[in-house]
Design a protein around this ligand. Structure first.
Ligand SMILES: Nc1ncnc2c1ncn2[C@@H]1O[C@H](COP(=O)(O)OP(=O)(O)O)[C@@H](O)[C@H]1O
Ligand SMILES: [Mg+2]
Length: 261
């Protein structure tokens, strides 16, 4: 399988004293489902946001789809971001707008400023948005305002908005952290289905180790801005989990939660 994304010696420094990422290198193949786990503050969000240059790495290189995106300027960046969908913990929807309007926002990256401001979408774009909402089980919600939806429904709208972009990769930052277990399962099942049936590469930051274990082809464990594990779910032993989470691991396990697997 071909490599879709590669990070080479990526570091990120915030201000003068916070080193969020130190010399991170790994490659993601097309169609992989990769989970990134680690305690809070480990650098997971920073890492994910460096991948589409929402955050600028301080050093290192990022290769996406055979192009070195590190030096991309405005127009190239806009194009890059159409091929990378982002899913957020708090959905980032416009709550006073309808579901379909939010989903069509995923097409803005393809439009001129004027067409975007006027909300001009083609019939084809609208048809595609409807079809995707159908796949995600939101056909009844299409014209509802987003503030009338449950958290799980809002996250499905977020996924639909990312999918209308025609992305090659989805970056998901704690997509289920605000959801109950049932809604979380629905979201993770959709992400897995999108990966396996549409061939879209999925990289997801997760706090729940058990979820990472059951959905991923590969798990990357991050601690204090460095990769301390990169391998299969099966290879993630208790010792290695302790290496990723440190003292927090015993706490999670002691609490009886399935959080730490
Ligand atoms: N905008 C920022 N400015 C300064 N420090 C930041 C900023 N964002 C994150 N950090 C710091 O960088 C480190 C990694 O944060 P983050 O990437 O959010 O970790 P995680 O997502 O694993 O919780 C933390 O020490 C955090 O406080
Ligand atoms: Mg985070």
């Amino acid at each position: 399988m071909t490599t879709l994304l590669e990070l080479k010696h990526v570091s990120k420094q915030y201000g003068s004293d916070t080193k969020a990422l130190s010399d991170i290198s790994f490659a993601v193949k097309e169609g992989e489902f990769v989970s990134i786990i680690g305690p809070s503050g480990a650098g997971k969000s920073t890492l994910l946001r460096c991948m589409n240059r929402m955050i600028e790495a301080s050093s290192g290189a990022i290769i996406f789809d055979n192009a070195d995106i590190t030096a991309f300027r405005k127009r190239e960046l806009k194009k890059l971001r159409t091929s990378i969908g982002m899913i957020f913990q708090h959905y980032n929807l416009v709550n006073r707008l309808s579901v379909i309007e939010n989903v069509l926002h995923g097409r803005l990256g393809y439009k001129s400023m004027l067409a975007g401001v006027l909300g001009i979408y083609t019939e084809e774009e609208k048809k595609k948005a409807h079809a995707i909402l159908g796949v995600l089980g939101l056909q009844e919600q299409i014209y509802k305002r987003c503030d009338q939806l449950s958290g799980g429904q809002k996250q499905r709208v977020g996924i639909a908005r990312a999918l209308v972009q025609n992305p090659k990769m989805l970056l998901c930052d704690e997509p289920i952290a605000s959801l109950d277990p049932n809604a979380s399962k629905v979201i993770m099942d959709h992400l897995a289905h999108i990966c396996s049936t549409m061939g879209i590469t999925v990289v997801v930051n997760l706090h729940q180790v058990d979820v990472a274990l059951s959905y991923s082809n590969r798990i990357i464990g991050v601690n204090k801005g460095t990769i301390v594990y990169d391998g299969t779910p099966a290879g993630l032993t208790k010792d290695r989990l302790r290496g990723i989470y440190g003292a927090e691991y015993d706490e999670l396990e002691g609490s009886g939660g399935r959080n730490a697997g």
